[in-house]
Structure formats: structure tokens, C-alpha cells
Design a protein around this ligand. Structure first.
Ligand SMILES: [Zn+2]
Length: 298
């Protein structure tokens, strides 16, 4: 299954930006924002070219779930395989598109199962020129949080971009909520602002909204699903909010079995601000419940 894409070419030279949405099938706002971006660009003079893939994982979108029918998380399957399962084939195709681009934006939300503080993230790339470009793209997207993380993480659009030396950011915007039109606006504008910073369009840059910035290249940093794992199958009831400052040892919420049995308190393993919270839906043993990040300017 080849994902549908649209390429728009400008009449002047410039960068080739790839915008991807719908890596996960339960994240609708980025898909709508990607289409809206194309409509907005029709009325702008473009330098270079932009390729937009509004729904990379069509199988997962049909199921309205994070993964497709083969159960593989596309965001852990890169670079994929040409002769693999459907998800592996999609990853393989997307890897080729990433390799053909000069830079990448990959848009997400927390889907059905997570709420994530609006953030732009990138890998702390060993090449300083690429790292600086990623920092600038993440800043220009203009969400409250910027987070540079472990460059050794595998399986992602960002790891495919890292291997191809293509500057790349991913963005996250809330989730576990009804469809959010505000998210669509913010994500669309974020792409336009990033394109302006890449000198692909003329677009007035708004005031800088970035409030918190962290760069952490330690192993595992940026792996949203690995922190504070669920001890067994059950549901999490958070006692903290996104963005809240917590201390190590603080109670983050209560976790209980599917029918309320075996309640345990989940306690902060570190101090910092809450970046990601599991929604109060069933989670499996080992699924991450809370992500805490220490910010330099928190
Ligand atoms: Zn996602």
C-alpha cells in the first residue's frame, strides 16, 4: 500500500521539505492539518518544494487505532522492509521519501491513549550543522516545549532521517480528547512558521512561544512509552497535570486493575515537569504512564 502524497514545487530554488502525518491511525488533527497546509500553500509563493503525506499509515487510520492490522507500531518499524508486513512496507517507502528530502516534519498527538504537552522534538544529532538546523526548526514551530533527545533511538521517522543526514523534527499536540480544531490551526501554522524559518515562504513570524527547552542525549531519553511502566494491566488515574512541576518521590496518580482491584500509587522517579500522561483507558503491563523531563529554564 503506497501512501498518497502531494508535491508542490515553487518557481524559485529552495529546500525540499517533507511533511508527514498519520504515522498513527488514532491521531486525526495532524492529518487534517497536513491537508490544510496544502490548501494554504496554494496561495503562497514557494521556494523549493514541499511533499505532504497526510496519512502515512492508512491501515491504522481505517482501524482508528495506533497500529495497523499486523500490530506493528509504525513509529518503531523504520527503516522497514520492502518485502515485509504492511507496516514494514510503509516504513520502507517512507524511508525512501525521507532520504529524498532536505528536511522533515512528522506530526503527532497522543492519540487515544496519551496526552502530551505540546512539544517539538528532535534527536541530538552528532553532526552540529544538522543539530543546529533541527533546533531552529523546532523553535520555529513555536510550541511551548522543545525537547532534544537520545540520538540512538531506532525505528522512528527521526532515526531514518538521522541515518540519511536529513534534519528532522516531530511534534506532539495533546490527545486523548475529542477532535480539536485549535490543534489543527496550531499544527498548520507551525508548519508554515518552520517553512518561513527555512526561507521557503514569506510568512510573518509570531512572538516566540517556546517556554521550556531540554536537551538530553542520554540513552532512552525521548522514549515516551518507557517511563513509569504500568505494573500490570489496568487503568491510570493521574493526580498531576501536563506541565506541572513535580519532585522525585511525589505521588503522580493511582493505578488499579481493570475492575478496580490491586490499587498502587505511581511515584515520580525523578523531578521535572510532566510531559506525557496515560489517558484513563486500559493499558497493558509495561506501557508508560508518565513522562517527566527536567528543563533547563523550568
Ligand atoms: Zn503518534
Amino acid at each position: 500500500m503506497k501512501p498518497k502524497l502531494t508535491t508542490m514545487r515553487g518557481d524559485r530554488d529552495g529546500a525540499h521539505l517533507l511533511v508527514i502525518a498519520g504515522v498513527h491511525g488514532d491521531e486525526c488533527e495532524p492529518m487534517v492539518a497536513a491537508r490544510r497546509l496544502l490548501r494554504r500553500l496554494r496561495f503562497m509563493r514557494l521556494r523549493g518544494q514541499v511533499t505532504v503525506i497526510p496519512i502515512l499509515n492508512e491501515d491504522a487510520r481505517r482501524r482508528k487505532e495506533r497500529t495497523g492490522g499486523d500490530g506493528l507500531d509504525l513509529a518503531r518499524t523504520f527503516p522497514g522492509r520492502a518485502d515485509g508486513s504492511l507496516t514494514e512496507q510503509v516504513a520502507f517507502t517512507a524511508t525512501q521519501h525521507i532520504g529524498n528530502a532536505d528536511c522533515l516534519i512528522d506530526m503527532h498527538t497522543g492519540g487515544n491513549r496519551y496526552r502530551i504537552w505540546p512539544l517539538a522534538g528532535y534527536m541530538v544529532h552528532p553532526n552540529s550543522e544538522i543539530l543546529e538546523c533541527q533546533r531552529e526548526m523546532a523553535r520555529a514551530f513555536n510550541l511551548p516545549v522543545v525537547w532534544g533527545s537520545d540520538p540512538a533511538l531506532e525505528g522512528r521517522t527521526l532515526s531514518a532521517a538521522r541515518d540519511a543526514n536529513v534534519p528532522a523534527i516531530y511534534v506532539e499536540y495533546l490527545g486523548a480528547a475529542p477532535f480539536c480544531r485549535h490543534a489543527v490551526r496550531v499544527l498548520t501554522n507551525g508548519c508554515l512558521q518552520t517553512m518561513a524559518s527555512l526561507e521557503m515562504i514569506d510568512w510573518p513570524l509570531p512572538a516566540n512561544q517556546v517556554r521550556y527547552w531540554a536537551e538530553d542525549a542520554r540513552s532512552g531519553a525521548g522514549h515516551l512509552q518507557a517511563c513509569h511502566p504500568a505494573p500490570f494491566a489496568g487503568t491510570f488515574e493521574a493526580a498531576v497535570e501536563l506541565g506541572e512541576n513535580v519532585e522525585q518521590g511525589q505521588m503522580l496518580g493511582r493505578f488499579s486493575g481493570i475492575v478496580g482491584e490491586r490499587m498502587v500509587e505511581i511515584v515520580a522517579e525523578q523531578s521535572g515537569r510532566i510531559v506525557c500522561l496515560a489517558a484513563p483507558v486500559r493499558v497493558e503491563p509495561g506501557d508508560g504512564l508518565v513522562v517527566i523531563v527536567e528543563f533547563e529554564n523550568a
